[in-house]
Design a binder for this molecule. Structure first.
Ligand SMILES: [Zn+2]
Length: 462
């Protein structure tokens, strides 16, 4: 642990000991500093904030931002003039650079899995140190002597089942972890299940991190006796876990299943607790559940969206940024004893696709499908809709200047290849006339929509 992380970790501990009031005081101080910095260094924010008072400590004064508004203004949005969208795009186009530093100083993550329009996000050293300190503190509250002994016995081996070959913050972060610790290994969600199972059996991880849908698949394998690992912790990432699925994974592996809720824009948003809630790290982030008009939603009611501010990252300020998830703030104290605000996430889920096979069914992780389409040259926006058990409808909007027919052929080839790898050669790929469409249920754009899109844990929208 370097001295910056150690200093931050001590700061976190003292803030948490002093209580929510002190955490909020630090939040206001950090917000004022970040707003001042953004105004000084980002032409976009200078213009956006031109009518605001000199010092801002109340987030409600700030206009709402979103990926759709910020990405087209990328070069004005960032605070480092050497960072340009052109350079960042060239960097992420090279999968071999996952986890290495852009311009020698920034970690890069892209979003594509659930949001439709691509985003590129940079994290600076201060942000990475805060995220690391928060993750460390969170795990220290999770682990008792039994877990620590288990981790030591397995030499701290950490298996991350991620979409390799793409610049996802999870992969970038894990690769970075891998650079400091030889005990970390990445496993690809795209690998055939039998191969993934064999590799994990050999590796015997102490900690298993992965997309929820991938973990569900691995729980099936463990239940069937083909996978036989005994991790101390299973940590779902990227997608929300339903209580039923969490219980099933915990029982199948006989272990603790716990995770924070975060996003590429702010990985240190919350800590997961023993009662299954997410506690907001209020000293380093601001989380505002809002309705469709960005007005505050009271605790106990599902929000239409959530505005986040990441107070640790300066290179690309995320301030009152619309995240699109629906959350519910807990109205009463959390039974785990943590006094920080607690929320549950309603709007993201493990939407795995189930395709029939002669011997049953095969599960495909939505991210696996989204990744191969996303990396196909010429693809702008896209959406895959399972319209029948063996039919996948492809809604495609080519990038500017791309030949639509050629892009379709390329997408068919990529998807066909992936499905064949899953042992699903008989899936019909259907070309859609219509453009990618917004999800009617929650307003959030989803790139992959399974046949049975009804999510029992989702509360009806108001
Ligand atoms: Zn709690």
């Amino acid at each position: 642990m370097n001295s910056t992380v150690f200093r931050l970790w001590r700061d976190l501990r003292s803030a948490r000991r002093l209580g929510p009031g002190e955490m909020e005081r630090r939040q206001r101080r950090r917000l004022a500093a970040l707003v001042a910095f953004a105004r000084a260094r980002s032409p976009y924010y200078r213009e956006l904030y031109r009518d605001l008072p000199g010092t801002v400590t109340d987030p409600a004064l700030l206009p709402v931002t979103s990926k759709q508004e910020l990405m087209p203004r990328f070069d004005d949005w960032v605070t480092d003039p050497e960072v340009t969208l052109e350079r960042a795009r060239a960097f992420v186009a090279r999968p071999g650079l996952v986890g290495s530093r852009f311009l020698g100083r920034y970690l890069v993550g892209t979003t594509s899995g659930t949001t439709g329009s691509p985003g590129i996000f940079l994290a600076d050293d201060d942000c990475l140190a805060v995220s690391f300190a928060i993750a460390l503190q969170m795990r220290m509250t999770w682990f008792g002597p039994r877990e620590i002994a288990g981790i030591v016995a397995r030499r701290g081996r950490l298996a991350a089942v991620v979409a390799t070959g793409g610049h996802f913050m999870a992969a970038a972060g894990s690769t970075r972890l891998g650079a400091v610790s030889r005990a970390t290994r990445l496993f690809s969600v795209h690998a055939p299940t039998a191969q993934l199972v064999a590799e994990l059996n050999r590796f015997r991880p102490a900690v298993l991190i992965g997309y929820t849908s991938a973990l569900s698949l691995l729980a099936d394998e463990q239940a069937a006796g083909r996978l036989h690992i005994d991790p101390v912790l299973v940590e779902p990432a990227g997608e929300t876990l339903t209580p039923t699925e969490r219980e099933r994974i915990a029982t199948t592996f006989g272990t603790m299943v716990r995770a924070p809720y975060g996003s590429t824009e702010c990985t240190h948003l919350t800590d997961g607790c023993s009662a299954g809630w997410f506690h907001v790290n209020t000293d380093w982030v601001i989380v505002e559940p809002v309705d469709a008009d960005h007005r505050p939603v009271p605790p106990g009611e599902p929000s239409a969206g959530v505005l986040i501010s990441n107070l640790a990252n300066r290179v690309q300020p995320i301030l009152r940024y619309e995240l699109g998830d629906s959350v519910v703030l807990r109205p009463d104290p959390c039974p785990c004893g943590d006094l920080r605000p607690a929320l549950s996430v309603q709007g993201r889920s493990a939407d795995v696709l189930r395709f029939p096979t002669p011997d049953g069914e095969r599960i495909v992780v939505p991210l696996a499908l989204a990744t191969v389409v996303d990396r196909t040259p010429g693809v702008g926006r896209f959406q895959l809709v399972q319209t029948a058990p063996s039919t996948l409808r492809v809604r495609l909007h080519p990038a500017d200047g791309a030949d639509p027919a050629a892009v379709r052929v390329a997408v068919h080839r990529e998807l066909g290849g992936l499905l064949e790898g899953y042992g699903l050669p008989g899936i019909t790929l259907e070309d859609a006339e219509e453009a990618p469409a917004q999800d009617s249920r929650g307003g959030k754009f989803r790139t992959v929509i399974p046949l049975d899109a009804a999510l029992p844990h989702l509360r009806p929208a108001r």
